[in-house]
Write a protein that binds this ligand. Structure first.
Ligand SMILES: [Zn+2]
Length: 291
């Protein structure tokens, strides 16, 4: 099975499996595209695999979990930037029924921070009284957006960027591995959609230019980017670039206060744009002032 990195987390999960002590609820946190969901599905395959070398990736259970068609594994995704109560109620209903093919039922809630308050409260009730032989895995970039009572009832596992060399051994392409900035999912995007790399390259160049130019150019650009559909992608690319610059500065023991401010502003805009319909131009202008 192709999983890049996260050996420590996989080791912990393997120990749970071998000891037969599967937790009721896990919370996978960390930046997007690190492979949190891949590891979650890998673990569910391990629990449900029909072969000794679990997860074999080949048996019916493994195959159906990969294809998201397994009757006992429920995947919840946000609809229009929100996970609603009815989605969680449906999940709870399915989890309380006897397994169709497996004795263990699993659920993965992706981008869990997008659960609205009612949905979160509903999840909380399930976590307080979990059904036997069930596991819920919450995945999020923003664990602080979850109710503290949810967080405290889950076993939290943090996911960190994967070393470039490990990504390189997977992609066999130095440029993709270096551009991916520790995110195997990004490296995979570059392989599957080469145009992504080109788009990112131009977003990086644009950021370089914006930093050099004055406010009037920056504001004109804010207006034009706000009208494009891919603003979130552009911002995420900038976020990676700024993080990269910060790391370089830290290595050289230089001050990072100004970059930190920019980072915060971009993070805020990315978060808001993932959640609500924000005033895009205003959010961009705030970033432009800090650049
Ligand atoms: Zn299998």
């Amino acid at each position: 099975m192709n999983i890049v990195g996260h050996e420590k987390q996989r080791g912990v999960l393997t120990t749970f499996f071998k000891k037969g002590s599967i937790p009721h609820a896990l919370l996978f946190s960390g930046q997007e595209k690190l492979g949190k969901r891949t590891v979650a599905l890998w673990f569910l395959k391990m629990i449900n695999c029909e072969n000794k070398n679990a997860p074999c990736g080949k048996c019916r259970n493994c195959y159906e979990i990969t294809e998201d068609i397994h009757p006992d594994i429920i995947n919840v995704y946000p609809h229009e930037k929100e996970i609603q109560l009815k989605q969680i109620e449906e999940l709870i209903g399915k989890m309380s029924m006897k397994g169709i093919r497996s004795s263990f039922k699993g659920a993965v809630i992706d981008r869990a921070h997008l659960m609205n308050t009612q949905a979160q409260n509903s999840v909380l009730k399930t976590l307080e009284e979990p059904s036997k032989n069930t596991i819920i895995i919450l995945i999020t970039e923003y664990p602080s957006m979850l109710l503290p009572t949810i967080t405290s009832r889950t076993l939290q596992m943090k996911f960190l960027p994967v070393p470039e060399e490990e990504i390189m051994s997977f992609t066999k392409d130095r440029l993709s591995a270096s551009f991916a900035l520790g995110k195997p999912g990004k490296a995979l995007d570059y392989l599957n959609f080469p145009e992504t790399k080109e788009k990112e390259k131009s977003s990086r160049e644009e950021l370089d230019r914006l930093i050099k130019e004055g406010l009037s150019y920056r504001f004109t650009k804010a207006k034009s980017i706000s009208k494009e559909d891919n603003m979130e992608e552009v911002l995420k690319c900038w976020l990676s670039c700024i993080r990269e610059r910060m790391r370089e500065k830290i290595k050289k023991k230089e001050k990072t206060d100004a970059l930190r401010e920019v980072l915060k502003e971009i993070e805020r805009a990315v978060f808001l744009s993932s959640k609500t319909n924000i005033n895009k131009q205003l959010a961009l202008e705030k970033i432009m002032i800090k650049l």
